[in-house]
Structures are given as structure tokens and as C-alpha cells.
Design a protein around this ligand. Structure first.
Ligand SMILES: Cc1cc2nc3c(=O)[nH]c(=O)nc-3n(C[C@H](O)[C@H](O)[C@H](O)COP(=O)(O)OP(=O)(O)OC[C@H]3O[C@@H](n4cnc5c(N)ncnc54)[C@H](O)[C@@H]3O)c2cc1C
Length: 390
């Protein structure tokens, strides 16, 4: 069994590392201190994304993306995930369900999004609908040729910089007719209710949006009426695997910083790495990162070679997200401990990683929901998808 990365994949990983260190890391403190970036910093980073060819890494070349396979996307996102302030979200990745758009919709939304001229935000969650999207109260009702949407969406990531939303709504209030709609943000009736603050520093915001009598045309349906869950599931699968990639990048950085600090920091006359209590923390961090990264790469490798169908990938994505995000939480916590008081200072990357990795156990389905997905899979199809090897 040859487990080595190909030369092409190694070169890609190296390019992503250089981009992270040269473009994203220098923006970290500005983002932390000012709770975001100036428009000149954002513009410069935007140009750097295009120069590096890291726009739309998740879409095919025909659709205006870079045409990378899933393993290649993992390698890139793993490097980007080392950056704090969620600067990894600067290189835009138009939501994957946009690949299901019609030719006209692609022309209007996907192609310009891949070029970085437009940006989407995906809006499912509501006040009463989180883990259970069947509780969504946003409705779409037919009106002549088009539709009228009403509802309120919470936690809409990058909703401040997006110019259109992908809104998960129930046609006539019927969850069986869950449907995703294109909603341009400048349409009458689309309002930001408020922009809450969160634990993490995130380069963009997560506003709450109200849709009041928003009229969209008949061409505003993505996919088909009733295909909302299927499309949203595709979005979850990609996001869950990329959370796995980014949390492993972040964990690796936390370990590297902790190892360097433990070698340098002298207390009681010796570098603290010589104390077994510290060494064992580092050892646990390294072993856990190795285990989770191996699983992540394996799933990416299988998918890239077409060895995994869509249902299997959905099942595996939950395991990847669960293991990688929980591992990252433990690793970041140990990194703070090893750094002592410095680990609690916001100017230190390990402090920011620790605070920012917390959400990875919540969004795109909490750890409990990932276990529910895995449990369902075990009941329906047995353990082989997790314990077997193809
Ligand atoms: C920073 C941030 C950004 C986000 N970005 C987006 C976005 O861009 N678009 C979007 O649509 N959403 C977004 N979300 C929403 C996110 O996906 C939800 O917060 C998440 O799915 C959990 O839903 P909830 O917050 O309503 O929690 P709830 O569903 O109310 O869960 C509360 C608790 O109950 C547990 N629980 C619920 N059901 C079960 C069950 N069946 N079994 C066991 N335990 C259960 C949960 O695990 C959790 O511990 C974002 C959230 C955050 C915090």
C-alpha cells in the first residue's frame, strides 16, 4: 500500500502553506485587534487569492473553479486552517450546491462567484430550527410566475460580504417541500435584523436576516422544489470534511508552537519540555493529530478515486468532523496550558486557535448530531463503512 502523496499534491500543499504564511498570517493581528480587516487589506488579500489561483477550489473547471479533487481540497484547507481570525474564509468557495444550478443560474451566480465578483451565504438556521431543519418556518408561496418568501435566518456566515443568499425555505410551510432559493440581498424586503458578536474573531460577520414579502422569480429555485434537504446535505458533507481539514491544520500549528515554546521556556533551571508532564501533553497532541489526520486523508483519498458513493461520503463526513473537531479542541486546550499565562493572551496564536476552534464542535451539525448520523448508519448498514477498508 503506497500512502505517499503524489508530487503534484505535495506541490499544491506547499503552495497553500506559502499562501497561508505570506498572505494570511500577516493579517492575523489586524483582524484580532480591529475585529475584522480594513477594506484595503481585504482588497489586497482578494487579489492575492486570484494571483495564487486559490479561488473556488471546490468547483470544476467548466464551472469556473480550479477542478481540484477532494484530497487536494483537504490539503489546501488544512494549510489555510492554520490561520486565526477565520482568515481561511477569505479565499472564497462558492457553496457546492451551486453546481446543481441551471446554465442561466450559473451564468448569473456561480461563474461570477468563482471569479470573486459575487459571493453567496447559506441560510438554513432559524431561531426555532437548528439541529432539526424540519422546524424551519421560512415559507415560500407561489405568486403569479414567481415566489414570495417570508422568514428570519440566523447565524448567516459571511452574510455581511455576500451579495446573495441561498435560502432554505418550506414551500407553503410544508417541510416535504423544502427548497433552496436564490435571494439577492438588494431585493426589497431583505433586511439585516442585527449582527451579533460571537466568542471567536471571524474576518466576516454572521448577521440575522429578515425576509419580509421578498419577491423572487420562478428562476430563483436552485435544483427542484422539494430538493432542499438533498442540496443542504451536499453542503453539509463538503463543509464537514473541510472543517476536518482546517481543524487539523490548526491543531498542527498549535502543536508546532507548543513544541517550540516548551523547548525555549526555562523554569526551575530547565526547558519545560524536559518535564514529563509537559512532554506527555505534547505526545498526546502529536498522536491524536496523527490519528485524526490519517482518517481525514483516507476519506479524501477514497472520495478522490471514486471509491465512495454519496451516501457513504455523508456517513464518513460525520465521523471526520466529529473526530477532527473534538481532537482539535483537546489539542488547543493543551497548547494553552503549555504556554501558561501567555497562552491566555489574545496576541498569542494558541489563544486565538483555542477560542476559535470551539465552534467547530457546534456548526454544520453539533458533535451530538454527528454521532446521531453515525448511529443511524450503523443501524441501517452496519459498521463496515467505518471499520472496513477499500
Ligand atoms: C458562528 C456560527 C456560524 C454559523 N453559520 C451558519 C450558516 O452560515 N448558515 C446556517 O444555516 N447556520 C449556521 N450556523 C448554525 C449552526 O449550524 C447551528 O448553530 C447548529 O447546527 C446547532 O443548532 P442550534 O444552535 O439551533 O442548536 P440546537 O439544535 O438547539 O441544539 C442545542 C443542543 O442540543 C443538542 N441536540 C439537539 N438535537 C439533539 C439530538 N437529536 N440528540 C442529541 N442532542 C441534540 C445539540 O447537540 C446542542 O448541544 C452557525 C452557527 C454559529 C455558531
Amino acid at each position: 500500500m503506497d500512502l505517499r502523496l503524489s508530487d503534484e499534491d505535495l506541490e499544491l500543499k506547499e503552495r497553500a502553506r506559502a499562501f497561508t504564511e505570506n498572505v494570511l498570517f500577516p493579517l492575523e493581528l489586524e483582524c484580532e485587534e480591529h475585529d475584522g480587516l480594513s477594506s484595503s487589506s481585504l482588497d489586497a488579500a482578494h487579489r492575492a487569492v486570484l494571483d495564487a489561483g486559490f479561488n473556488a477550489i471546490n468547483h470544476t473547471r467548466e464551472d469556473g473553479g480550479q477542478g481540484y479533487d477532494l484530497l487536494q481540497q483537504i490539503l489546501i484547507e488544512q494549510e489555510w486552517g492554520k490561520a486565526t481570525g477565520a482568515l481561511w474564509d477569505i479565499p472564497w468557495r462558492p457553496s457546492i450546491p451551486l453546481a446543481r444550478a441551471t446554465a442561466e443560474q450559473k451564468e448569473r451566480y456561480l461563474l461570477p462567484s468563482c471569479r470573486g465578483e459575487r459571493r453567496d451565504a447559506y441560510a438554513i438556521t432559524e431561531e426555532h430550527a437548528g439541529s432539526d431543519p424540519s422546524m424551519v418556518r421560512t415559507t415560500a408561496r407561489r405568486d403569479g410566475d414567481g415566489w414570495v418568501l417570508d422568514g428570519t435566518k440566523w447565524h448567516v456566515t459571511a452574510g455581511d460580504v455576500a451579495d446573495f443568499l441561498l435560502v432554505h425555505a418550506h414551500v407553503d410551510g410544508d417541510p416535504r417541500l423544502a427548497t433552496v432559493f436564490f435571494v439577492d440581498k438588494d431585493l426589497p424586503g431583505v433586511e439585516v435584523v442585527r449582527t451579533p458578536k460571537y466568542s471567536h474573531t471571524f474576518v466576516f460577520e454572521h448577521p440575522i436576516f429578515a425576509l419580509e414579502g421578498v419577491r423572487v422569480s420562478s428562476e430563483a429555485v436552485l435544483g427542484e422544489v422539494g430538493s432542499g434537504y438533498e442540496l443542504t446535505k451536499e453542503w453539509f458533507v463538503e463543509e464537514r470534511i473541510m472543517i476536518g481539514a482546517r481543524t487539523m491544520g490548526a491543531s498542527t500549528r498549535a502543536l508546532d508552537l507548543s513544541l517550540a515554546f516548551a523547548n525555549e521556556r526555562v523554569q526551575f533551571g530547565d526547558p519545560i519540555v524536559s518535564f514529563q508532564a509537559v512532554e506527555f501533553m505534547l505526545a498526546d497532541m502529536a498522536a491524536q493529530i496523527m490519528a485524526a489526520t490519517s482518517m481525514l486523508y483516507r476519506v479524501g483519498w477514497q472520495a478522490a478515486r471514486g471509491h465512495t458513493d454519496r451516501k457513504e461520503l455523508h456517513a464518513l463526513a460525520s465521523a471526520v468532523k466529529l473526530v477532527c473537531s473534538e481532537t482539535a479542541g483537546r489539542v488547543a486546550d493543551a497548547a494553552v496550558q503549555i504556554h501558561g499565562g501567555r497562552g491566555y493572551m489574545r496576541e498569542q496564536p494558541v489563544e486565538r486557535l483555542w477560542r476559535e476552534l470551539r465552534v467547530d464542535r457546534i456548526w454544520e451539525g453539533t458533535s451530538e448530531i454527528q454521532r446521531t448520523v453515525i448511529g443511524n448508519e450503523l443501524r441501517k448498514r452496519g459498521a463496515d463503512v467505518y471499520t472496513g477498508w477499500v
